[in-house]
Design a protein around this ligand. Structure first.
Ligand code: NAD
Length: 443
């Protein structure tokens, strides 16, 4: 399906909405003001649109309305003036939808314990929207999900009062690709893929995003757009799985895997480096591929790469525990009774997000083996392990530790000082690259 040019939009409703979008008089709504939704809301408010963010979390609503950011990629200095000028406000009240022209849905899509998709956030948000839905609106789902969600789950809810997608309103899916903590690529300059239910829907989505984002990539359907995101994240998950398997192989053969990958990456074509680590983390890579495997299972297709990479990546925390155990054995100490200090608990460098972080699994496993565990992380003051709170600690625990375990390679850590002071370090991220010492054990 080739998207039509703006001038080709067929219905009066389409032309009217297109005019509002182009003249920036369209009222923009963002449902879910998290890592994805808040940066998007800020981009549109900064372009001069009036934006309403709808969230269920009263703490987030209060902070947005106070101009105080809680998302690392959105500086308070960018948020506060937009709130002050009245271009951005937050509410928990879905009746705000009555006045909106566009809605981007950015709610969570976690997995249930059984690894089945939990669609309840999308369903709840859409049901609330449907209560106040009106003709001429553009609705774009951005939450990562299985192919078919927009058409099979979202559309029937929005159509339940008689409005028809593609005729009375415009419906799209656009995968969110935000990479929290990435200083180079943020919401504005990450190319935005968008696919609509009809060609007019796609064109409306393209028109909407091209007002605030640098590059828009229209595709022929909502299903293609949904699948794009799953291909991207599955590609990453499987390649990290391969890097982890190679790391385990290299470990068994006494080869430095980091040196291998760095040297392989000098090949100017046909190779792309991925790195091993303590396991997958975050709201995307460990989760999204299972949305795909769940859906393909219904079509009788087994997602064997995904299952295998899931198994290998899921085993990494156990492999790291064995690494710690054998490093302590070399200095004649069992894990039981040892003091272990974990450096970094966020799922990746220089961010505060601990969702699915392998550090949580690793700390749980260490505690179960009888170790005393402390941690430091400049971005995460407290974590919860098996329902109990654990606070970040300072230098004293680090100095007294039998083993320091680097899980997240935050730039703020002083690795040189650590290498010269710690008794024993197990480095799962190659954070000590270039530093030598008999006290250093690398993945
Ligand atoms: N965080 C990332 O790096 C990232 C990257 C790409 C895609 N995504 C995808 O984007 C989606 C959102 O992720 P996120 O990281 O922003 O999640 P988040 O948890 O940071 O934010 C989601 C927000 O939605 C709100 N919410 C939940 N149910 C709601 C409802 N019914 N109505 C209104 N608000 C509701 C929550 O209170 C929360 O503030 C997910 O599908 C995720 O997979 C996330």
């Amino acid at each position: 399906m080739t998207p039509k040019a703006a001038a080709d939009l067929q219905t009066p409703a389409a032309r009217a909405l297109a005019e509002k979008i182009k003249s920036k008089t369209a009222k923009v709504g963002v449902v879910g003001l998290g890592y994805v939704g808040l940066p998007l809301a800020v981009e549109y408010a900064a372009e001069g649109y009036h934006v309403v963010g709808i969230d269920l979390n009263p703490g987030k609503i209060d902070r947005v309305n106070a101009g105080d950011s809680y998302v690392g990629d959105v500086p308070t200095s960018a948020l506060a003036p937009l709130v002050k000028s009245g271009h951005l406000k937050a509410t928990a009240d879905f009746s705000a939808v009555k006045d909106l022209d566009t809605i981007n849905i950015c709610v969570p899509t976690p997995l249930r314990k059984t690894k089945d998709p939990d669609m309840s956030y999308i369903v709840n948000a859409c049901e609330e929207i449907a209560n106040y839905f009106h003709p001429g609106m553009l609705v774009i789902l951005e939450s990562t999900t299985y192919p078919g969600t927009t058409d099979e789950l979202v559309r029937p809810i929005l159509e339940r009062n008689g409005l028809k997608a593609g005729k009375d309103f415009f419906l799209c899916f656009s995968p969110e690709r935000v990479d929290p903590g990435n200083p180079k690529f943020q919401t504005k300059n990450i190319p935005k893929v968008v696919g609509g239910y009809t060609a007019d829907c796609t064109e409306m989505g393209r028109l909407f995003y091209s007002q605030a984002l640098q590059t828009v990539v229209p595709v022929g359907s909502t299903q293609v757009a949904e699948m794009v995101k799953l291909l991207e994240n599955t590609f990453r998950m499987i390649n990290i799985g391969l890097a982890n398997e190679i790391a385990v192989m290299c470990d068994g053969m006494g080869i430095n895997v980091w040196e291998v990958i760095d040297a392989a990456a000098t090949k100017p074509f046909g190779f792309m480096p991925f790195y091993p680590g303590p396991g997958l983390g975050g709201h995307c890579i460990p989760i999204d591929p299972f949305y795909l495997s769940w859906k393909t299972k219904q079509a009788g297709i087994e997602a064997r790469f995904i299952e295998l990479a899931g198994y290998i990546n899921g085993n990494m925390p156990h492999f790291i525990i064995e690494k710690v155990q054998s490093a302590l054995n070399d200095v004649s100490k069992p894990v039981k009774g040892s003091r272990i200090h974990v450096m970094g608990v966020a799922y990746k460098r220089d961010i505060d997000d601990v969702r699915e972080s392998p550090a949580l699994d690793i700390i749980h496993l260490l505690l179960r083996r009888g170790a005393t565990v402390s941690y430091s992380d400049p971005y995460v003051p407290e974590i919860s392990i098996d329902g109990a709170a654990l606070q970040a600690s300072g230098e004293s625990e680090l100095a007294g530790a039998d083993c320091v375990l680097i899980i997240t390679d935050h730039k703020a850590f002083d690795y040189k000082a650590l290498a010269s002071s710690a008794k024993l370090i197990v480095d799962t991220r190659n954070a000590l690259k270039g530093i030598q010492g008999t006290n250093i054990v690398r993945l």
